[in-house]
Ligand binder design. Structure first.
Ligand SMILES: Cc1cc2nc3c(=O)[nH]c(=O)nc-3n(C[C@H](O)[C@H](O)[C@H](O)COP(=O)(O)O)c2cc1C
Length: 547
């Protein structure tokens, strides 16, 4: 019965104008047979030539037939989870939804330390990280409401991913109020524009993920219109926009869609009620007559749901997950979030409590008995980092971007040179209060390559920054405060300040301190004369007197 249905779907797929050769071939194979073959569809052939639309194509053909798919999940579908899902047998993995405007601010950076490709935001945060291992299996899911922006993002990422998907199902306000996600479902013209622009303009297969509409008729009309745009497949979450996970998923509606369309339909929404183990995935596929199945929550709880042999114990799964997280330098808050989703009711256990309290990747590792692994891996990464730094010093210098107006000096905050009670930040804050200025505002970025920090402090609408990078945010902020204070000739709380000023007074020679840090840390030429606010301390009286 199931095989009969597969054959019917497949023969339609063969007629489909969008079907690429690889899809038609694979479509003839039975689901279980494919699974028996182990990790299926390893062979992805590079295609080069002219498409029917007269465009030059140079793409890896991603086949959406008979596939087990990790669903897109915000904060869950990051690189460690995707790699783990692939290890356990997922054929395709979607990244978390990433918003077009955010992506358009990103630069593509090849990270030689981690062997990844990173898309890095102006604040140096990694928005999307991917690697060769998932290159032919990762689908980039985008939140968008604009065809041109969507195309620009697709072009930015297309050489690093296997497919492009548009999220048309997210009911959350942050998505819908910008006309994205499920809001698109009530604007079929826009859907058509976005999808056809992408299909024409990118070399990767384009898909979309929808929810169902209140009536079956409207749903079928919509999906037929979507199919005509030339997309490669459609994922259908069988719930309406206002429905929540506790509402039953409509297998009948997904089935009606699968029986109407020629392109592969990917059934979604079965976690918990239908899918609790590997075999349930196939039952859900049969119940929906779909070509493939996409799993979200069941995979978030335990990504070994994709394993034919059955679920692996959480202990093993969490260990593997953490190893990937450390190897790929995943931010600890994201690692912690994903582990919390896996542990669920075990969060009250001693290990769960340790996880809850963890404030770094090291502490997470220690909670799971992976302290030695953490040390070893970070040592390895550090030495790779040192190698890369030694090789490419020029690239790590100041970015060539225009930072005009920022007053810069090469300074570092050396804690030992300051009284523990008085730091440069405190001096600056106190000074701003006295001058009735708004309090200093610090903005800090972290450089992905070596994870060092740099801060800019804004005081009286002027910005101050050290050109040197620091090991922590706190140190970077202190360095920025020093730049501000020094450029204004203000005391900064150095232990030597009092004796220095006495010394200076005696000699009446203000620049005679060759051994002092200021002599080694010149300001960027010309910057010292930029004094946006009146310099105090022209006399010998400290503005901090009274502390
Ligand atoms: C934590 C979480 C995050 C999600 N993020 C996304 C997302 O980024 N994009 C998307 O299309 N759907 C997202 N979804 C919806 C899922 O992809 C899926 O449609 C839904 O959970 C139903 O599938 P399931 O029954 O297998 O969980 C998310 C769901 C969860 C639980």
């Amino acid at each position: 019965m199931a095989l009969g249905r597969r054959t019917a779907v497949t023969s339609r797929a063969r007629r489909a104008p969008q079907t690429v050769a690889g899809e038609a071939q694979e479509g003839t194979r039975n689901w279980r047979t494919l699974r028996e073959g182990g990790s299926i569809h390893r062979v992805q052939q590079q295609q080069r030539g002219w498409s029917r639309r007269g465009m030059m194509v140079n793409s890896l053909s991603l086949c959406y037939h008979n596939k087990l798919i990790l669903a897109p999940m915000v904060r869950v579908g990051t690189l460690p989870m995707r790699l783990l899902a692939l290890d356990y047998g997922a054929d395709i993995v979607y990244c978390e939804e990433l918003i077009d405007l955010k992506m358009l601010q990103c630069k593509r950076v090849v990270n030689e330390v981690l062997s990844t490709v990173d898309f890095v935001a102006p604040d140096d945060r990694v928005v999307f990280r991917t690697c060769q291992r998932e290159r032919s299996k990762v689908v980039f899911q985008m939140g968008t409401s604009d065809a041109e922006q969507a195309l620009a993002v697709a072009r930015l990422v297309e050489n690093d991913v296997a497919g492009i998907d548009i999220n048309m199902g997210c009911p959350k306000e942050y998505s819908t109020k910008g006309g994205m996600g499920a809001a698109l479902l009530s604007d079929p013209d826009k859907i058509e524009k976005i999808l056809s622009t992408l299909v024409k303009g990118t070399s990767r297969p384009v898909t979309c993920k929808i929810r169902i509409l209140p009536s079956l008729e409207d749903t079928l009309n919509l999906v037929k219109r979507i199919e005509r745009t030339g997309i490669a497949a459609i994922a259908v979450h069988g719930r309406k926009r206002e429905e929540r996970p506790q509402h039953p998923v409509s297998c009948e509606t997904i089935k009606a869609i699968a029986e109407t369309l020629s392109i592969p339909v990917i059934a979604n929404g079965g976690s918990h009620d239908h899918i609790q183990n590997y075999l349930d995935i196939e039952d859900f596929r049969q119940a929906t007559a779909a070509s493939s199945v996409m799993v979200a929550r069941a995979a978030m709880w335990n990504p070994s749901i994709f394993l034919r042999e059955g679920l692996r114990p959480l202990e093993e799964v969490t260990q593997k997950y953490i190893r990937y997280a450390v190897q790929y330098d995943n931010h600890y808050t994201n690692t912690k979030h994903c582990l919390c989703q896996m542990l669920r009711e075990q969060l009250e256990s001693p290990q769960g409590k340790l996880l809850h309290a963890a404030q770094s990747s090291r502490e997470i590792c220690e909670a799971f008995g992976l302290g030695a692994f953490y040390e070893e891996t970070t040592r390895e990464l550090d030495s790779r980092r040192a190698e890369v730094l030694a090789r490419t010093p020029a690239e790590l210098e100041e970015p060539a971007e225009d930072t005009s107006g920022v007053i810069k000096m090469a300074v570092k905050f050396d804690r030992r040179a300051y009284s523990p009670q008085i730091t440069p930040k405190m001096c600056l804050l106190e000074w701003c209060r006295r001058e009735k200025l708004a309090q200093p505002v610090y903005e800090t970025v972290q450089r992905p390559l070596d994870r060092l920090f740099r801060s800019v402090v804004t005081v009286a609408e002027h910005k101050y920054q050290s050109t040197l990078w620091d090991k922590s945010k706190k140190l970077a902020e202190q360095a920025a405060a020093i730049v501000c204070l020094r450029s204004q000739g203000l005391p900064e709380g150095r232990l030597s300040e009092e004796s220095l000023s006495l010394h200076k007074r005696k000699r009446e020679a203000p620049d005679q301190d060759p051994g002092g840090p200021r002599a080694q840390e010149p300001a960027v030429p010309g910057e010292l004369c930029k004094k946006p606010f009146v310099t105090l301390g022209s006399g010998d009286e400290s503005p901090l007197e009274g502390w």
